[in-house]
Unconditional design. Structure first.
Length: 669
């Protein structure tokens, strides 16, 4: 009943967004309260369990909408609640005078995500998922620039494609009985070609919303044009809701008796997403675009863990399947926290320094020390440095990959070995991307005069950033306790009770194998840090002295450049050049050319470089051709006679009836 009241409260907040002034504070304050309620309910369900099914007095003609909360949905609801509170605090400060076009969809966005997670039947899940998609599109369409409108159109296309795939997937799961409840689907899982179609449709429908390659093209386009708190919600929560839909439909409702190759598509697409997203993150020069590409990488890591868990469950390796499922859940929670932290920090930098481009920032650690410290925590977690939130999930995934040689089939062993190498490479590239982001933003000298005038975040925003930084540390220090709390979620995905070693002090595959002890590691690192500081102070007892900034051997800047010559500092493109030359040419169509001046000219030669993701143009090119073909066909249809029109209609009806009969026969078998 509390879940229903929270959802109803969010829906009632939407009309209040039409009010001016205090209406914005009311909307965002209500969103904060509802998000906090979601987090508390999720913790109660994970700790106590026992949630039942709630029938709502509304719904389609055949059945009411049903809500329920189990371990899997509670884990992702906790994630949504934490992210929603932080984004609401940021919006409380920066969206106090937002227009109604940007206020009304915000509570609907939260309500759609919550309804998806709380659904206990296929219709309610689809209703929440599409409400989430339409509300997020409305938040993008509320921006009035040409780039914003283009991003909204692209995003809407992917959202409609996702709906067109998920609706038949739920229909196939329901079968001939038409039972859309999760209990009914779980009792009669799909088999044969129906199961294969369900997996394909779920990956296309929910994978396009999650940002899995090759359906990731909207993320680097939509995230930069959205407000920072909306970008944080989309990256930190909405993509996780899409992953939840994959886990629910493919792994939970798909049943435990699927073949060994059931998880292979998830594993392959996850590996491709992790590699391509991490590589793009090392090349982007816009901070929010960089973070969007990093989201593709981390979504790929979670998808790899889901796919590996499905493979290991099919191979009857329950403990290893639980280990991979635990890795997915831990990394999903950690990524939600540190990516929300980084997006909100990027918003504060844009608000304070007036820029997002890395070559227009620098030296902000002095002007914005709190934002810099919190962003450092988020970047370190995104770089998978222990003992922060990004390390435990990736460490558990690598442990599961290294132990997955027991799956038996040689082809799968080779695939797992290749995915292990890709996971390690993507982790290294992700660390480089975060080092480049934080270093160019906060270190060095200011590259523009506006940067010198930047001010630290508002106290409310600072509270949100520091709270997220603290949660990033807590999740990193207590992964075993969190996995013990999330044992019901692990069991839903893997079919096994939980990770073998998951306690306050230790997390690992088994008591006899290698284990990760984050608290002990944190104590050792703290002792080493304090010892190093004491040693440095002992060797240099004199007071600190300031000297001129090192210019890397360049001459002193001229008088008209009082902040230094920007060319003497590392640029974003220059930092990324080695990786662009090594990996960018085959994967990102990277290019470099030297433009030399004509003979006798005193102009300097120029190095022109760039890259583009070839996947999105490859997807859009057939659609444009189809649009042209349909336009030509429509022109020809106007010249048909009445007899030809009737014949075409009758033929289409007969073909559709034959298709339905064939599908029904296949399902009956």
């Amino acid at each position: 009943m509390a879940l229903a009241f929270l959802l109803l409260g969010l829906l009632l907040l939407a009309p209040l967004g039409a009010l001016a002034g205090r209406g914005a504070r009311l909307v965002h304050g209500g969103g904060i309260a509802a998000s906090a309620g979601f987090a508390l309910l999720a913790v109660a369900e994970l700790a106590l369990g026992g949630g039942g099914v709630l029938l709502l007095p509304v719904g389609p003609p055949w059945a009411p909408l049903t809500l329920a909360l189990d371990g899997l949905s509670a884990w992702f609801l906790l994630l949504l609640g934490l992210v929603g509170v932080a984004c609401g605090l940021y919006a409380w400060v920066h969206e106090a005078a937002a227009s109604p076009r940007r206020l009304v969809p915000y509570p609907l966005f939260l309500a759609g995500m919550a309804l998806t997670l709380l659904a206990a039947d296929g219709f309610t899940l689809l209703l929440g998922f599409e409400a989430m998609s339409l509300a997020s599109w409305a938040l993008l369409a509320a921006r009035r620039g040409e780039a914003e409108r283009a991003a909204a159109r692209l995003y809407l296309g992917f959202a409609l494609f996702g709906a067109a795939c998920l609706i038949p997937a739920v229909g196939l799961l329901a079968g001939l009985t038409g039972d859309l409840s999760f209990a009914g689907m779980r009792a009669a899982p799909p088999q044969g070609w129906v199961a294969a179609m369900v997996m394909v449709l779920v990956l296309l429908g929910a994978g396009s919303k999650a940002g899995l390659v090759p359906l990731h093209g909207w993320l680097p386009v939509a995230h930069p044009v959205a407000p920072s708190h909306v970008s944080a919600l989309m990256s930190g929560a909405m993509t996780k809701v899409a992953l939840y839909v994959i886990a629910r439909l493919a792994l939970d409702l798909g049943g435990p008796a699927q073949p060994l190759g059931w998880g292979v598509p998830l594993l392959v697409l996850g590996a491709a997403s992790a590699l391509l997203g991490a590589l793009r993150a090392t090349q982007e020069t816009d901070s929010k675009t960089l973070l969007a590409c990093s989201t593709i990488e981390n979504i790929g890591v979670v998808a790899m863990a889901f796919g590996l868990s499905a493979m290991l469950r099919a191979a009857d390796l329950g403990p290893l399947a639980a280990l991979a499922a635990g890795a997915a859940l831990l990394h999903a929670l950690g990524h939600a926290l540190f990516k929300t932290l980084l997006f909100l920090a990027a918003g504060e930098v844009q608000h304070g320094a007036g820029a997002r481009h890395l070559d227009r920032l620098g030296g902000l650690i002095h002007a914005m020390p709190v934002v810099a410290a919190c962003a450092l925590a988020g970047a370190a977690a995104a770089a998978a440095l222990p003992p922060l939130a990004g390390f435990a999930g990736e460490w558990l995934l690598l442990q599961a990959l290294l132990s997955a040689w027991r799956v038996g089939a040689l082809g799968l062993q080779v695939l797992v070995a290749a995915c292990t190498a890709v996971a390690a490479l993507s982790a290294a590239l992700g660390a480089v991307a975060m080092l480049r982001l934080w270093g160019l933003t906060f270190l060095g000298r200011p590259r523009t005069p506006r940067t010198l005038g930047a001010q630290d975040a508002h106290p409310v925003s600072r509270a949100a950033l520091m709270g997220l930084a603290g949660l990033v540390a807590v999740v990193g220090l207590l992964p075993g306790a969190l996995l013990a709390l999330g044992a019901p979620a692990v069991a839903r995905i893997s079919g096994h009770d939980g990770v073998a070693e998951a306690s306050l002090w230790l997390v690992g595959p088994s008591a006899s194998g290698s284990g990760y002890r984050p608290l002990a590691l944190a104590v050792v690192l703290a002792l080493l840090l304090f010892g190093l500081v004491a040693l440095v102070r002992h060797l240099s007892p004199g007071p600190a002295a300031r000297g001129p900034v090192w210019d890397g051997g360049f001459i002193a800047p001229p008088a008209h450049l009082p902040f230094g010559d920007p060319a003497t500092q590392a640029s974003a493109a220059g930092f990324a050049q080695p990786l662009r030359r090594m990996l960018g040419t085959p994967l990102l169509a990277a290019r470099e050319a030297v433009r030399r001046p004509p003979p006798g000219s005193t102009e300097a030669a120029q190095l022109e470089s760039g890259f583009h993701d070839p996947v999105l143009p490859a997807l859009l090119r057939p659609l444009l051709r189809l649009r042209d073909a349909l336009a030509i066909a429509a022109e020809r249809l106007r010249d048909l006679t009445i007899r030809q029109f009737l014949g075409l209609s009758f033929s289409t009806l007969v073909a559709l009836l034959a298709l339905l009969a064939w599908l029904g026969a296949g399902v009956a078998q």
